[in-house]
Design a binder for this molecule. Structure first.
Ligand code: NDP
Length: 313
């Protein structure tokens, strides 16, 4: 069976940065890219807060540059997901989506997080026909139309201001009477004339009509959080920005996690409860969730793997 010194699971800024560090330390490293090669940043447009890009850079370009940097030092980057890890033996036995099983002396989990959906029944019917969790990916399709964004955090506010530039009108559906977003983002939203904030509103149902093979969204029935009074809005796009869930399902029961599934790491470290397995990036970060932080913890994981392998060989 193939044996690698370091197996990295996930390919966002955390995974690729970890690979740069392990490869530069001469550790044979294989990266499994997972279902979204390059991670969540491949779904964003402009990134303005990653140091080193004074003019900003778009997400996919930045991820390609970090990927190239990992390749330059010898990382082997493969398609597919890791579906299970067996920690009852050393080296660990890992099951992959396409390449069968392999052995790993150390593992870095950097599987990131995925967008959350409301979970209302009609939502599924309109995915691809109006419902989206990525304004920067799909906003273009709603040029000149009316759309809604759900959420009150930075993502929702960022999405709303982004869509306001493209669309005729943007409803921002906020379940409380305050925004969770940073003050700067709040100001932007509240000063954009074609954004209407619907305070204390939640979504009851989505409706639309069949068009060929697809169901096309026409609007949403909302209700007031306190009075429960209903209100209908007519929109072609419904963008959900209500947070993320960590992609940690294959590690349940193996790695210690919090109640939301974020992997627990030791303070000032990326070490998990299993010696030899490290976690970095958004799959273990419920607080910051920033590309630069993910890259930083990726570097930590790379360094910790180097030390772990040196001690255990
Ligand atoms: P957050 O968890 O910060 O916000 C989620 C929002 O969705 C909250 O307003 C929450 O409401 C609302 N929400 C959650 N569930 C529901 C529901 N079922 N129905 C209606 N509303 C719901 O997630 P974000 O993705 O916005 O941000 C995540 C992190 O990333 C944050 O730390 C943020 O600061 C950061 N970020 C930073 C950016 C930047 O610096 N440029 C850009 C984007 C994100 P409530 O407030 O009532 O809980």
């Amino acid at each position: 069976m193939e044996r690698v010194e370091c197996l990295i699971i996930g390919s966002g800024p955390a995974g690729y940065t970890a690979a740069i560090y392990t490869c530069r330390a001469d550790i044979k490293t294989v990266v499994y890219e997972g279902m979204q090669p390059g991670g969540q940043l491949t779904q964003t447009t402009e990134i303005e807060n990653f140091p080193g890009y004074p003019k900003g850079i778009n997400g996919p370009d930045m991820m390609e540059e970090i990927r190239q940097q990992a390749l330059r030092f010898g990382a082997e980057i493969r398609e597919g997901e890791v579906t299970a890890i067996d920690v009852s033996q050393r080296p660990f036995k890992v099951t992959t989506e396409y390449d069968g099983e392999l052995l790993a002396d150390s593992i870095i989990v950097s599987t990131g997080a995925a967008a959350r959906y409301l979970g209302i029944p009609s939502e599924e019917e309109f995915k691809g026909g109006g419902v989206s969790a990525c304004a920067t990916c799909d906003g273009f399709f709603y040029k000149g139309k009316d759309v809604a964004v759900v959420g009150g955090g930075d993502t929702a506010c960022e999405d709303a201001t982004y869509l306001a530039k493209l669309c005729n009108k943007v409803y921002l559906i906020v379940r409380r009477d305050v925004l969770r977003a940073s003050k700067a983002m709040q100001h932007r939203v509240l000063n954009t004339p074609n954004i209407e904030v619907l305070w204390k509103h939640q979504t009851k149902e989505l409706f639309g009509e069949q068009q060929g093979f697809m169901k096309k969204l026409k609007g949403a029935v909302l209700y007031h959080s306190d009075t429960k009074e209903e209100r209908t809005i007519y929109v072609d796009g419904f963008f959900e920005a209500i947070g993320h869930t960590p992609n940690t399902a294959p590690f349940k029961g193996v790695l210690e996690m919090d109640e939301e599934g974020y992997i627990l790491t030791k303070p000032k470290s990326t070490a998990t409860n299993v010696p030899g397995i490290f976690a970095c990036g958004d799959c273990q970060d419920r607080i910051y969730r920033q590309a630069i932080v993910a890259a930083g913890t990726g570097a930590m994981a790379g360094i910790e793997v180097e030390r772990y392998l040196a001690e255990h060989k």
